[in-house]
Design a protein around this ligand. Structure first.
Ligand code: LLP
Length: 418
């Protein structure tokens, strides 16, 4: 199970260490729940994905918008895919500019387009009237997002490339948008597809790339326009649970780039520059959430171990039926006592973080570490029950650095005007 944790994770004298810092010391100093990111894992993933992709890589900022993390990834040569003025502000605060930025979204407004254009971002056009809006906003470079009718093997809420998806346009309309964008004076670099997230295998991506090449060939013959870029989006999965089998993202990135080159050549087209937008596969395994154990209730049929967070800091079990596992971070080498269910502290029965996990007998005050929580957890956190959102730290070489401070109740009260 330790393989679900970041590269630097180890158990020393019964205690989990991340980046050379003991979990207990992190919890003492920064409080819980706490999101701990391993710098070594982030850099290793960034290098592996970049090397495999062979073209520009943009971090799917939505997985965890954080300035320090965006800056670290930028040091590794990775840009950012941003989908709101907020994400764009995080990316520009991290120093990202121009060709390092791609602006996304199925409903970009004039303000976002103007800010994206001012930052020099490439705009991924997603609706028929967006060419006009982007040109008016001063954008220069564009992609056109096409939806090629492929059903990915993932939870339906995070499937995006199927017929009827709210994202992008089907081929006939996308073709019109390429032409329209050209008429508006935009430099249309190429085409964008994103099949879905947490993809279980490569099948849907491979099929999408083949259809993309056929569509690019159609654009060439009908419009005389040749795509120079194939932006294949994100979607590579990670393992959140020992039972989950997911191919390694770097291998998939290499396969995607190779499939694109082969498919475009097969369609009689020049090799496109392949762009990728990984979110989860860059930061997911680098992040571990630490919780403090509170009440422990051995009931008939189930033992509830309650922690000081839950659906407010990780709503993925409720939204996608996501399965996680955990380690008792302060007594990690003690023998297992049996299966328990890990409950959050929120006021509903559905607030269950882990249905079933085998742990040593947990007591109040213990620390629970949940691996593979670096993506789409804090990014989707809420203030349900008036709970302030957790802090995040970056650990490396025995040092911990705060990269996002803990929200306070005063922060929440500061929004109240009545
Ligand atoms: N590019 C585009 C255009 C996207 O929409 C996304 C994710 C990505 C890249 C990055 O995808 P990734 O590599 O992270 O799969 N909240 C959900 C995931 C939503 C993904 C949204 N789009 C979850 O927690 O599973």
């Amino acid at each position: 199970m330790i393989e679900l944790f970041p590269d630097s994770a180890r158990v020393e004298r019964g205690e989990l260490e991340l980046g050379g810092v003991a979990a207990g010391a992190l919890a003492e100093r920064f409080g819980t729940p706490l999101l701990v990111y391993c710098e070594r894992t982030l850099r290793e993933r960034a290098r592996a994905l970049r090397a495999a992709a062979g073209g520009p890589v943009f971090f799917g900022t939505k997985a965890f918008p954080n300035v320090a993390l965006l800056r670290l990834l930028r040091e590794e040569g990775i840009g950012a895919d941003v989908a709101s003025t907020g994400e764009l502000a995080f990316a520009t605060a991290a120093g990202l500019r121009g060709e390092e930025l791609v602006a996304h979204g199925n409903n970009k407004d004039g303000r976002f387009l103007a800010q994206a254009a001012a930052a020099g971002a490439t705009v991924a056009l997603d609706a028929a009237d967006e060419a006009a809006l982007a040109a008016a906003a001063g954008a220069v470079r564009a992609l056109v997002r096409v939806t090629l009718g492929v059903d990915a093997d993932t939870h339906e809420a995070i499937r995006t490339g199927h017929h009827g998806s709210k994202f992008g346009l089907p081929p006939a309309q996308a073709l019109g948008l390429v032409a329209e964008a050209g008429r508006r004076g935009l430099d249309v670099l190429g085409l964008h597809v994103h099949v879905g997230s947490q993809l279980a295998d490569f099948d849907a991506q491979a099929e999408t790339i083949v259809r993309l090449a056929a569509f690019a060939a159609r654009c060439r013959s009908e419009l005389g326009w040749t795509a120079r870029v194939a932006d294949l989006g994100g979607g590579f999965g990670i393992r959140h649970h020992p039972d989950e089998q997911v191919p390694d993202a770097a291998g998939l990135a290499a396969a995607a780039a190779e499939t694109a080159r082969t498919a475009f050549a097969g369609a009689g087209l020049p090799a496109p520059e392949v762009w990728l937008e990984p979110g989860r596969s860059l930061v997911g395994r680098a992040g571990v959430t630490l919780y403090r154990v509170g009440s422990v209730k051995p009931l008939d049929g189930v033992t509830w171990v309650a922690v000081d967070g839950g659906m407010s800091d990780n709503p993925r079990p409720q939204l996608y039926g996501a399965r996680y596992t955990a380690l008792l971070a302060n007594r990690a080498d003690e023998p297992a006592s049996g299966p328990v269910s890990v409950a959050g502290m929120h006021c509903e029965s559905g607030d269950v973080l882990i249905d079933d996990v085998v742990l040593p007998a947990a007591r109040r005050g213990d620390l629970l570490a949940v691996p593979a929580t670096g993506a789409y957890t804090l990014a989707m956190a809420s203030n349900y029950n008036g709970v302030p959102r957790p802090a995040a730290v970056l650990v490396a070489d025995g040092e911990a650095r705060l990269i996002r401070r803990r929200e306070t109740v005063d922060d929440l009260l500061a929004l109240e005007t009545g």
